[in-house]
Design a protein around this ligand. Structure first.
Ligand code: SPV
Ligand code: MG
Length: 559
């Protein structure tokens, strides 16, 4: 846990107790508040005028309390300096004031300022309708506000609008006195005069009865130093942020409209680096290094070295084209595989070529050559991509088309080694003698033509082309998923078996060099490793024969 930070109300209180003037600046969102802090000011004024303007509505209580509060909260979250919130008249009567104080204080706002005008107020610089509330009513609001605050350092500042409304010095003093007597922590004496004269007159008469706050919007020539000398405790530059941004945006948009390009104004506006810095991107990056544990990326290995010489129907097309590059209705098979994998955020794809491997090319796909492809089969091709056999790996044959959801289902498997298998092979069995089949610990449950997935994890007992008829439960799709531990196991068993079976038949292979992945998996199963079956009944097809090829072209036409 981070160290307990000082309450912002206490932070502000300390400033009020210390010597020197407090300077705060108006803002209307997290960004403008951050710029106030960046420039070294003591606090942020959550200005009613700025917030209203940012919504493009008049500063006349058009927005609701919760809208103002939401923005004040955003500002408070964006900065480490205190927020002094402009709460207009308190959004109603004393009941509304009590609710407002509770909400603002619990949101971490250091102080609220309420003004003694009638609800709904209008901005003090709008001529006409500057109606003051009766003194006693406003005293009631201050008493109400002070009665509900939780922390003694939270401040309620009373804003006297008598000079704005033209009621004169005497009324201003009468009110200020009454408000401080009711418990106000400071008085904001507001003026729309072009000079500070009436403020100075008030200060002298006030005689430091409580801290004074001013908003020198109309008497802007006065300096903070002069105000400090006069005894002012806090000065609010109330609306300069929004006015500056209006001008900057308007000029920028006008220039873009006029030039038809943003080039001439690029140097006039904040760079993207400044934008990122203000967002807190550099802090986020630091935190990311510390805490972010990204999902381990999945690598894909596609063994694609074979020439399909034994597949008479494809022999002609395959003579000059490797399987990954075969065109399926306008896109190569590999591109279709890549697009599907990319939808699952899988980008790291390596193809191991052999026969016409020079022709395998696709942006974003790495290609490795199995130079001994004529004497080897897919296991050796997979091992050519040894560098990629690290962490989570998906191994997929080059002649398989698949839907993203079946891969997604496979990737959810918690087993170290998982194969994607289809039990509906029964209907297609017999058509292809070299079909890779799987015999399972728990055969799939058939009820007429409906199939139930076996609920618990099912494991392969046998895998390969040589499974006796009565034990054939699934067709293997040619797709395998390995966890990090699974990848390590594959490598370990490969090395072990290579020595053990050198120049000897290896399951269905006449020798180890000509082994398939299924031979290695069978060796592993026999040695006690678990190969989990992830069952699917659709969402994949192989492009293994001319018949398959034509069907895939038909199915994917226009896609
Ligand atoms: C505000 O910023 O909303 C104020 C100060 O109330 S002023 O607009 O100067 O009255
Ligand atoms: Mg205001």
């Amino acid at each position: 846990m981070s160290q307990q930070k000082e309450n912002k109300a206490s932070q502000l209180r300390k400033m009020f107790k210390k010597k020197g003037i407090i300077r705060i600046v108006g803002a209307h969102d997290g960004l403008s508040a951050k710029l106030v802090e960046k420039n070294g000011f003591d606090g942020v004024w959550a200005s009613g005028l700025e917030i209203s303007t940012s919504f493009a509505v008049p500063d006349a209580n058009i927005l609701t309390m919760s809208q103002y509060l939401e923005v004040a909260k955003t500002m408070n979250d964006a900065v480490s300096i205190p927020i002094v919130a402009d709460c207009d008249t308190g959004y109603g009567n004393s009941n509304n004031v009590m609710y407002m104080v509770k909400k603002y204080e619990s949101a971490g706002i250091a102080a609220v300022v309420i003004e003694d005008k009638q609800f709904p107020k209008v901005n003090s610089f709008i001529p006409g309708r500057q109606e003051l509330a009766p003194l006693s009513e406003f005293v009631g609001k201050i008493l109400a506000a002070k009665s509900v605050q939780e922390h003694p350092d939270f401040m309620v500042i009373a804003r006297v609008e008598a000079l704005i409304a033209g009621w004169g010095q005497e009324e201003a003093l009468r009110r200020a006195n009454a408000y401080v007597d009711a418990g106000a922590d400071a008085i904001l004496i507001h003026s729309k005069s072009k000079t500070p004269d009436e403020i100075i007159e008030f200060i002298h008469a006030w005689n430091n009865k409580s801290p004074l706050v001013v908003v020198p919007t109309t008497y802007s020539a006065v300096t903070a130093e002069e105000l400090e000398k006069l005894g002012i405790k806090m000065v609010i530059y109330a609306n300069h942020g929004i006015r500056a941004s209006i001008k900057a945006m308007d000029m920028t948009f006008g220039a873009i409209a006029a030039y038809g390009t943003t080039k001439p104004i690029e140097k006039e506006i904040a760079s993207m680096e400044e934008v990122f810095e203000l967002q807190g991107m550099s802090v986020m990056k630091l935190m990311e290094k510390k805490y972010y544990r990204p999902q381990e990326p999945i690598k894909v290995i596609i063994p694609a070295a074979g020439s399909y010489e034994d597949e008479i129907s494809l022999k002609d097309i395959m003579q000059d084209i490797p399987m990954p590059m075969i065109d399926i209705s306008g896109k190569s098979l590999l591109q279709r595989q890549q697009e599907t994998l990319n939808t699952l955020s899988i980008q790291d794809i390596t193809v191991v070529g052999g026969h016409r491997g020079d022709k395998i090319q696709l942006d974003g796909v790495a290609v490795i050559q199995n130079n001994d492809y004529k004497n080897t089969r897919d296991l050796e091709s997979i091992m050519c991509a040894r560098d990629k056999l690290e962490g989570k790996v998906l191994i997929c044959y080059s002649d398989i088309l698949f839907d993203a959801d079946v891969i997604d289902k496979l990737l959810k498997s918690m087993a170290d080694i998982s194969i994607l298998a289809d039990p509906t092979y029964v209907e297609r069995a017999g058509k292809k003698p070299d079909m890779d089949l799987v015999s399972a610990e728990n055969p799939p449950v058939f009820n007429k033509r409906r199939i139930l997935s076996v609920a618990k994890t099912n494991y392969a007992v046998k895998i390969g082309t040589d499974i006796p008829e009565e034990q054939r439960h699934y067709e293997w799709t040619g797709i395998t998923f390995l966890s990090s531990a699974g990848t390590q196991k594959i490598k370990d068993w490969y090395e072990k078996s290579k020595i053990k079976y050198a120049n000897r038949p290896f399951h269905t292979a006449p020798n180890f060099k000509q082994a398939s992945l299924t031979d290695l998996l069978q060796e592993m199963i026999d040695g006690g490793e678990k190969v989990a079956i992830v069952e699917i009944t659709s969402g994949w097809m192989e492009v293994h024969t001319m018949e398959n090829y034509k069907l895939s072209c038909e199915l994917l036409a226009g896609k």
